[in-house]
Design a protein around this ligand. Sequence first.
Ligand code: ADE
Length: 277
Amino acid sequence: MWTLSGGNKCNSSQIFDTIQICDKIWFMQIDILTLFPQMFESPLTTGIFKRAVDRELVQVNTHNIRDWTHDKHHTVDDYPYGGGAGMVLKPDPIFQAVEALKPVGLQQQGADIMPIILLTPQGRLFSQQIAFELSQYSRLILICGHYEGVDERVIEHLATDEISIGDYVLSGGELPAMVVADAVVRLIPGVLGSETSAVDDSYATDLLEYPQYTRPPEYRGWAVPEVLLSGNHGGVARWRREQAVLRTLQRRPELLNKASLSSEEKHLLSKLKTLAE
Ligand code: ADE
């Protein structure tokens, strides 16, 4: 009997069948600590999450931080020491919630086992690269901050990572947690319809994605580029790559510094740059 990473059990012949289909069996559990679990109801039961959960590739649990308070008002926040506007999330309910989620025996284990990520505008800036890193773990804990902030002891002694989804301030970490979870879950093998679609994505290759068209071949007088209708697969691939380079040059030129380009593409790029001057 084998135990898969998600805890499911299967016998030798089942595991052999599974290995034949994919060389790695993926299962990820994401636990989200929040004051507003109801915000996650719709996103987690539709689209990418529903598909991943239905395929038993992912389990996403939301936990109300308030459930780990023990006073009669279920207090989760308090005034900041030293004064100032707003309230600060207390450390104890968050520590208790995380400790309850850590498997017995792993209480002392660090980020290498299970990243504990605080969503905060002060965190490292989220990117496709970070989504890929996180997709390699079988468990993640996401903590949604709120109010004016979170007691610093959560940051220093509990969280193993802090992530920001951009240089703007939202009213809480819930939307950022959904952004991070979505970007990570779609990278888990088997979640997307085709294994290649995540590879082609903008940012996965440091180039923006090429333009896409569907039927009809002509709409309001605007025609689909000839090459896409030609059935010439090599031609289509070349056109797409060129368009990706061109689009990146026009919209996000700084990405080209780290993109890996063939010598032909580098040549094309310098020609395009000269034309643009
Ligand atoms: N909480 C509030 N704003 C945020 C942001 N930009 N990223 C992550 N968490 C946040």
